[in-house]
Design a protein around this ligand. Sequence first.
Ligand code: NDP
Ligand code: 8X3
Length: 250
Amino acid sequence: MKKTALITGATSGIGRATAHLFAKHGINLILCGRRQERLDSVQKALSKETDVHTLNFDVRDREKTFEAIASLPKAFQHIDILINNAGNAHGLDPIQTGNLDDWDAMMDINVKGLLYVSKAIIPRMTERKSGHIINIGSSAGKEVYPNGNVYCGSKHAVLAITEGMRIDLNPFGIKVGAINPGLVETEFSKVRFKGDAAADNVYKGYKALQAEDVADVIYFAISRPAHVNIADVLMFCTAQANSTTVKKSL
Ligand code: NDP
Ligand code: 8X3
């Protein structure tokens, strides 16, 4: 039987690349995001390969998140795979001058949004005693870098929550894991720097991970045999050794 995956943040970057790869493998898709025109275009592209449903909601909005997931048509209600991917960094400032709206955005989207989506989906997984949850963390969830303070905090929280989920959902046979990439060339830096020119330099002078590289690892994790759970992956591009060491040719 075909599996169904719900992917948050499917309108761009890692989420969109994952949707494309899953579609190629015949996985039915529930694509989530806030930009309707992007949801429509990904749906249009992938509907030739698999069944696709879209949900437009902001993961910060608890009520809308639960409403959207409750609105799923019958054919999409059995969610086998949840990819908690929606998230971003907002700003890169020292703690003493950090922007409160940026802090709210990162904690509300990366941490609380992930929790709301999970809470809306997990009860059906525990009822069925099956399911697979992949949380997209970050190397920033394993290592704090200068000015990364709150973003790193949000991703450390994602890792702690992932470990907690794995323990609590263990009796139900539900797989839980985290994929933690370093620098990936997506719209991430455009969002972090709010369209500022600083975003243009982030991926210059070396070959960063591409969204498709991360999608490959996500697909690897969800395609293991039933007895294998990929619990935690840290992945970098070859040029990156850790959060502060990147070999650039500039
Ligand atoms: P993108 O900016 O390309 O994609 C982010 C996605 O998240 C978009 O689809 C966006 O959709 C969605 N999103 C953002 N805010 C909200 C919200 N409030 N409600 C619902 N959806 C939202 O970035 P990436 O693909 O790089 O990021 C995906 C994940 O990977 C994030 O969790 C990020 O922290 C993580 N990551 C990224 C790395 C990188 O270097 N790029 C490295 C390590 C981890 P829309 O705007 O349509 O709502
Ligand atoms: C994104 C990678 O290094 O910008 O999580 O934090 S980094």
